[in-house]
Design a protein around this ligand. Structure first.
Ligand code: CP
Length: 299
């Protein structure tokens, strides 16, 4: 694997390979680096806690040398572009850059360049894709159920603005899970119909195996909306009452950060059916698998 930009670009075999390797890392497997030293840089131009810090933990567990980068104190503040920042990283010998950026497809010009040689891992591009979150979500589902085919998964909330939802709907559909959608209609796009079916949440909570909630992404809205947290919670959120109607073995997921008592009732976040904390832990292991596949050239 040279880059990881979208999940769509991975074959089913590569996806399953990364999930299973993530599980091996979770069970204590070590990697065998092909070179004595690798440099990694995490270039985050949008805020992040989980993706940024779990990549850092993964890199440190693997013995990579992690280059400090903070866009607020870098030459980005002097007007340097993303392209020139990554060109610099490549020129000074960085092997892999993990990048989060607000522009969709920011990576196109980087991978087309003949002078940028480092690998790129997409840590989220605007409302586009979040492939590493998708892989950790798939690992969490696989760990729970041992398969994807026929699993009923509801993706609920601010779907239009969610890169997590886009990566997950594409890959879950390809792995033959049954995908359903719910949430405010203004945050749903008819183009998602090819991946699944839109239904009321009250219907879905009783029939699905996975309730995957999404954060309301106010930062990607136009700012003119009137929004009531309580109103959203009652109409589209996983309330305690709705959770009681879930199947006994169904699980709750959320990529986080969570708006407690908006998408999900506060007390459900760490409840026995929730896998939200497990998702965060799995993020480290699946990211180790991704880094290994890129640095050792395997999948
Ligand atoms: N799930 C996720 O991407 O979280 P961060 O924005 O904190 O990285």
């Amino acid at each position: 694997l040279k880059h990881l930009l979208t999940v769509e670009a991975l074959s089913d075999q590569e996806v399953m390979g990364l999930i299973k390797r993530g599980q091996q890392f979770k069970n204590g497997a070590q990697w065998s680096p092909e070179k004595p030293q690798y440099f990694a840089a995490n270039l985050f131009f949008e805020n992040s806690t989980r993706t940024h810090k779990s990549f850092e933990v993964a890199e440190k567990k693997m013995g990579l040398d992690v280059i400090d980068f903070d866009s607020r104190t870098s030459s980005v503040q002097k007007g340097e572009t993303l392209y020139d920042t990554v060109l610099t990283m490549s020129a000074i010998g960085v092997d892999v850059c993990v990048i989060r950026h607000g522009d969709e497809n920011y990576y196109d010009e980087l991978i087309q360049s003949r002078t940028v040689h480092c690998s790129i891992i997409n840590g989220g591009d605007g409302s586009g894709q979040h492939p590493t979150q998708c892989l950790l979500d798939l690992m969490t589902i696989y760990e729970e159920f041992g398969h994807f085919e026929g699993l009923k998964v509801a993706i609920v909330g601010d779907i239009t603005h969610s890169r997590v939802a886009k990566s997950n709907m594409q890959m879950l559909n390809r792995l033959r899970a049954e995908v359903y959608f719910s949430g405010p209609e203004q945050w749903y796009d008819k183009s998602f119909d090819v991946y699944g079916e839109y239904r009321p949440l009250d219907e879905l909570v009783e029939m699905v195996d996975v309730v995957m909630l999404l954060r309301v992404q106010h930062e990607r809205h136009d700012g003119n909306e009137s929004f009531s947290k309580e109103g959203y919670h009652q109409e589209y959120g996983l309330t305690i009452e709705r959770a009681k109607r879930m199947k006994e073995k169904a699980i709750i997921m959320h990529p986080a950060p969570v708006n407690r008592d908006v998408e999900i009732a506060d007390s459900l976040v760490e409840s026995y059916q929730s896998r939200i904390v497990e998702q965060m832990s799995n993020g480290v292991f699946v990211r180790m698998a991704i880094l290994e596949a890129i640095l050792n050239g395997v999948a």
